[in-house]
Design a protein around this ligand. Structure first.
Ligand code: 2YJ
Length: 270
């Protein structure tokens, strides 16, 4: 899992309205609508929960330490979805105590390997990997006006890629999996009964719907972009060359945190 940097996220709070417009333009849905769709939670349920539940984002200093603006970005996204939310002044254990003392029922916290949202009254833990996969599949489904029976190539058989395969199957898509590590791809292909792609170059020529969950950069090039290519890319850094990006930017979903966090929040309400 790539560690986010402060530069990746610093402008998230000020650009959420603009990001919503961008998503609406590309997918027909807002961030909140994508999160609800991804979590199978109705807008009504989200609205009533947002009127009653308070959210806290707790900075965590362990491992490589606090990423400046991370907890604030998470808090801003949950606020944008409609919840009353705050970032704790304290971090780590004291932050957890502060969150509970200030009556937060949903808390967000991340270290270098795990990023979770916890619904305390429901004793429910939601993982960012699963939420990110679900959120980006929902965004791709909306952008492509349906993925049922359509072929989708997942690049990267890590935690998010594997979860994307599972979610794509739930949505009725015909998924293929590629990983630079052929054994990993083989394991996922076997477990979920999907096609294993051995040659990325050939696969990129063949598929139009792409789910890029790999941390590799510059793997998707201009020659791979067709008029109907659509890409959901949750991997950091973005796996497209600058030329490929300029060709497909209107049919590309990519952000550092927004879809994953919004979907985590919606999933805590299931
Ligand atoms: O609280 C903080 O500021 C830090 N402990 C946050 C650490 C954030 N964690 C990461 O960047 C993970 N490696 C990846 C997040 C997954 C996003 N899809």
């Amino acid at each position: 899992m790539t560690r986010l940097t402060s530069e990746d996220i610093t402008n998230i709070p000020q650009t959420l309205d603009q990001y919503d417009l961008e998503l609406k333009h590309k997918t027909g849905c807002t961030l909140r609508e994508i999160a609800c769709m991804a979590a199978s939670v109705s807008e009504n349920k989200l609205s009533s929960a947002s009127a009653n539940l308070k959210v806290a984002a707790i900075p965590i200093s362990s491992g490589q330490g606090i990423i400046p603006h991370f907890a604030q970005a998470v808090q801003a996204i949950t606020h944008h979805i409609g919840f009353s939310s705050f970032t704790t002044d304290s971090y780590d254990i004291a932050g957890l105590a502060e969150a509970v003392n200030r009556k937060a029922q949903i808390i967000f916290l991340a270290d270098d390997s795990s990023f979770v949202a916890v619904n305390l009254p429901h004793m429910l833990v939601v993982d960012n990997n699963e939420a990110t996969a679900r959120g980006y599949v929902a965004a791709l489904e909306s952008m492509a006006r349906g993925i049922r029976n359509r072929q989708v190539l997942v690049i990267g058989a890590g935690k998010v890629g594997t979860q994307a395969i599972r979610t794509l199957k739930e949505w009725g898509a015909r998924a293929g999996i590629f990983d630079i590590n052929a054994e990993k791809a083989e394991m996922v292909a076997k477990e979920y009964g999907v096609t294993k792609e051995d040659d990325l170059e050939q696969a990129l020529q063949h598929y139009s719907l792409l789910f890029d969950a790999s941390p590799a950069s510059e793997i998707i090039q201009a020659k791979h972009i067709k008029s109907d290519t659509m890409i959901a890319a949750c991997g950091i850094p973005l796996g497209l060359t600058a030329q490929a990006y300029s060709l497909v930017k209107d049919r590309l979903i990519h952000d550092p945190l927004q879809i994953g966090v919004a979907t985590m929040l919606a999933m805590t309400l299931r």
